[in-house]
Design a protein around this ligand. Structure first.
Ligand code: KG4
Ligand code: ZN
Length: 343
């Protein structure tokens, strides 16, 4: 089955063609990061305008890359997200509805965060349930216990800033550009993670929730103090050390909760997804824990951690097989909650 998927739930216009949920025939991502850079985050009006401009060329490029004719596509999948306020989701959804209606193909709406998890299946089709999954992106941080497709229990989520958002905001404080994750990763590689002692957020809280706004404030106050001492500027070494210390604190807090969930539910399979799973330190630490504690650790290549439509196509395939198509007349951009149970 050939699935054509599209996703405009963040600042990337994405399309992909995937065969049977595992063979990636095309993966096209048109990034708008440069346009949002000076604002330090996604500006909805700009995202809408750009998605509208790029969605058809991106789909066209994906079809050409896949060498599959449009009439041979069997299923259309589209990313949905739980935040009702953001107008730019509509672009992908409306486009997908029109394709499905005109081509008379089935349509499935796929939860964007869930798609981040199941992008792993396109690379590791042998991945088995149950598992613990940490999905850390720009808008959400979710720790879930996955029993089956459409049967995911949320163990914890962010109480304030998402992990990726914290990377973006701290990068801004450090003058490192947007998106912040890759910029901090690069600076951190040159810095000392022990140079500054930042708190490991939520370490002493029961449960599995995350919080990053306190950590972000700690970095802000430290930067303010250092700037006052240094005549208004940070030295490059200080920026690198701050990036390394912040990255270490964030990754420790994400993985501490995640490993705790693996222990508590006695699950030896761990799946990482979302933009923050592209982080070099989180990948190294997850692998090390895998070796030390006998965990099977899965994370996709970096380009399938950040936004893409491969996960949308992959999950769309399994969703269609398990619960059938959605009604193009009724499908809404809005989902009640992230990872709502399939009926
Ligand atoms: O999953 P994603 O592409 O979009 C959302 O669904 O939000 O995640 C984007 C987030 C951004 O906040 C970005 O800074 C972060 O993922 N990110 C990273 C890295 N690459 C992207 N965070 C840490 N380290 C990275 N290497
Ligand atoms: Zn995403």
């Amino acid at each position: 089955m050939f699935v054509l998927a599209m996703d405009t739930t963040a600042d990337d216009t994405c399309a992909a063609v995937v065969k049977d949920g595992k063979k990636i025939l095309a993966n096209v991502v048109f990034s708008q990061s440069k346009l949002h850079e000076k604002y330090g985050g996604i500006v909805p009006q700009i995202a809408s305008r750009e998605h509208l401009k790029n969605i058809i060329p991106v789909i066209d490029a994906a079809l050409k890359q896949s060498k599959i004719e449009l009439e041979n596509i069997d299923l259309i999948a589209v990313g949905q997200s739980p935040d009702p306020a953001l107008s730019y989701y509509h672009i992908g959804l409306t486009t997908a509805k029109m394709f499905a209606y005109i081509l008379k193909k089935p349509l499935v709406g796929v939860d964007h965060m869930e798609a981040h998890i199941f992008a792993n299946l396109a690379i590791f089709p042998e991945l088995k349930f149950p598992f613990i999954s940490l999905t850390a992106a720009g808008g959400h941080t979710l720790l879930v216990r996955a029993f089956d497709f459409g049967d995911l229990e949320i163990l914890g989520s962010t109480l304030d800033d998402a992990a990726g958002e914290a990377f973006d905001k701290v990068a801004r404080i450090l003058g490192l550009g947007y998106p912040g994750g890759p910029a901090i990763d690069e600076a951190a590689a040159l810095g000392n993670p022990k140079a500054y002692e930042f708190p490991r957020p939520m370490a002493h809280h029961k449960g599995f929730d995350f919080s990053y706004s306190g950590l972000k404030t700690s970095v802000f106050l430290k930067v303010r103090g250092l700037k006052e001492e240094g005549g208004g500027e940070l030295a490059t070494d200080q920026v690198n050390d701050l990036a390394a210390s912040f990255r270490a604190a964030t990754v420790d807090s994400l993985l501490d909760k995640t490993f705790k969930a693996c222990r508590e539910f006695n699950l030896k399979r761990l799946v990482l997804g979302g933009g923050v799973a592209a982080n070099n330190l989180i990948r190294v630490q997850a692998d090390a824990a895998g070796k030390n504690f006998g965990l099977e650790v899965y994370y996709p290549p970096k380009n399938l951690c950040t936004d893409n439509a491969v996960g949308t196509a992959t999950l769309g395939f399994y969703q269609f097989k398990n619960k059938g198509a959605d009604d193009p007349f009724k499908l809404s951009y809005f989902r009640q909650s992230p990872l709502e149970k399939w009926q």
